[in-house]
Design a protein around this ligand. Structure first.
Ligand SMILES: Cc1cc2nc3c(=O)[nH]c(=O)nc-3n(C[C@H](O)[C@H](O)[C@H](O)COP(=O)(O)OP(=O)(O)OC[C@H]3O[C@@H](n4cnc5c(N)ncnc54)[C@H](O)[C@@H]3O)c2cc1C
Length: 391
């Protein structure tokens, strides 16, 4: 077992630190719990920062330079993700393009579509991903937005919901039903279309988060005409084009969850001290228990990473999204408890730490839903990791 990094990896880390010191704007250093896009769109600093990361090979370091990377190893990717998380640095305020669409186009797109990958990863094209519908969330295969082939075009009708970034996206990576066989299994007959958001017939109705931010929306499609060459991959076979296909980073995707929990815990310790609660035995016990959980999850993440880096599967990682999102919810909830009645003050100029605790609490709730709810994650761990029978 090797518990240290070699000289090449340390040099990699030093290069990254030097780059961040020189280029990272203060707005990007506020951690994920605070940084979001809003109805105003992607702020100028975020556009410039994502482009700078790409141009210097630091956007997705495992990719080649023409895709914003530097061909780095899985271990270097882990170092990269840890360093960003430790410094609270956010790469992008809209992950759809670099984390989902860009890699999916590279894997499944035709030549013209693959050419969209680089500007998507650089953030020049802002994407939304249209999967969820009123009757298709956890059960995504139930989606009913229909695309009917009509000569050289598809005509799309239906509705998406909770579509992040739709209020300001340039394009939608849209999951539609194209199959016509009513006897076919639900997940057959789904296709993916690239739809320009300014196409006539698209109506975006923004939805406000409980935090007040307007980041996602309902999207209605009424006789939206989409050229047939915008089909990604094979007709009726879109189920293969799954969410989160950033395979290069998969082994390290847990890092932000653990680092976010660590940041919340550090904040809680400081808060307890400031409020004179650090000698309270109940609070001390709660903080110690939280410390144990964060440390255990970090160890579990490393254990899974060791398997991943050796080419094996890492079942531990199926558990990390569930565990870290639920833990963050507990930690921010504890922060609100420590604040007592002041926890409910939401005005940034009056609230403790500019509203960090209530804002973080609400965002932590969303994180237990988006990308697969905690119940669905538990089902996955039960059946695929523990081998339990389906309920
Ligand atoms: C912040 C945020 C951003 C999002 N961004 C996007 C986006 O960009 N694009 C997009 O398409 N979607 C997006 N979503 C939607 C997200 O994918 C869905 O909310 C999620 O898949 C759950 O679907 P649902 O809301 O329809 O809930 P449902 O699936 O209706 O679930 C309702 C409740 O039932 C439980 N449940 C459902 N099925 C089971 C089961 N089999 N076993 C046990 N419990 C079950 C769920 O856990 C949940 O508690 C976003 C959501 C959030 C919170």
């Amino acid at each position: 077992m090797r518990l240290t990094f070699d000289a090449a990896d340390e040099a990699f880390r030093a290069d990254l630190r030097a780059f961040l010191d020189e280029h990272c704007p203060p707005e990007a250093r506020r951690g994920k719990d605070f940084v979001a896009a809003d109805e105003e769109g992607v702020p100028d600093w975020a556009r410039a920062w994502q482009a700078t990361l790409f141009d210097h090979g630091w956007m997705v370091p495992s990719f080649p330079p023409e895709l914003g990377g530097r061909n780095c190893t899985p271990l270097q990717t882990l170092l990269y993700l840890e360093e960003l998380a430790a410094q609270g640095v956010v790469r992008s305020v809209h992950f759809g393009g670099y984390a989902i669409v860009g890699p999916s186009l590279l894997e499944f797109g035709n030549e013209a579509q693959r050419a969209l990958a680089a500007p998507s990863i650089r953030g020049d094209i802002v994407w939304c991903v249209g999967m969820s519908e009123p009757d298709a969330g956890s059960d995504l295969a139930n989606l009913s937005t229909r695309a009917v082939a009509d000569g050289e075009t598809f005509v799309v009708n239906g509705q998406k919901v909770w579509t992040s970034y739709a209020p300001f996206a340039d394009k939608c990576f849209c999951y539609v039903r194209t199959g016509t066989d009513p006897e076919a299994p639900k997940h057959k007959g789904i296709s993916v279309l690239i739809i320009d958001m300014d196409t006539p017939g698209i109506e975006v109705r923004p939805l406000r988060h409980i935090t007040g931010a307007v980041e996602f929306a309902e999207v209605f499609f009424s006789d939206v005409v989409v050229p047939a060459d915008r089909l990604v991959g094979e007709l009726d076979n879109g189920w293969r084009i799954t969410m989160g296909s950033l395979a290069h980073e998969r082994g390290g995707l847990w890092v932000e969850g653990v680092a976010g929990s660590q940041r919340a815990l550090d904040g809680l310790v400081a808060l307890a001290r400031r409020k004179g609660l650090d000698a309270d035995p109940t609070v001390r016990r709660q903080l110690a228990a939280a410390y144990e959980k964060v440390a255990s999850l970090r160890a579990l993440g490393y254990k899974g990473f060791a398997s991943f880096a050796q080419g094996s599967s890492a079942p531990e990682h199926s558990y990390m999204k569930l565990a870290t999102s639920e833990l963050r919810k507990e930690l921010f909830d504890l922060g609100l408890d420590l604040l007592g009645p002041y926890g409910s003050v939401t005005a940034p100029e009056l609230a403790e730490e500019g509203g960090r605790w209530w804002n973080g609490f609400f965002i932590s709730l969303a994180a237990t839903i988006g990308g697969g709810t905690s119940e669905i994650q538990r089902n996955t761990v039960a059946t695929r990791v523990l081998g339990l029978p389906r309920g």
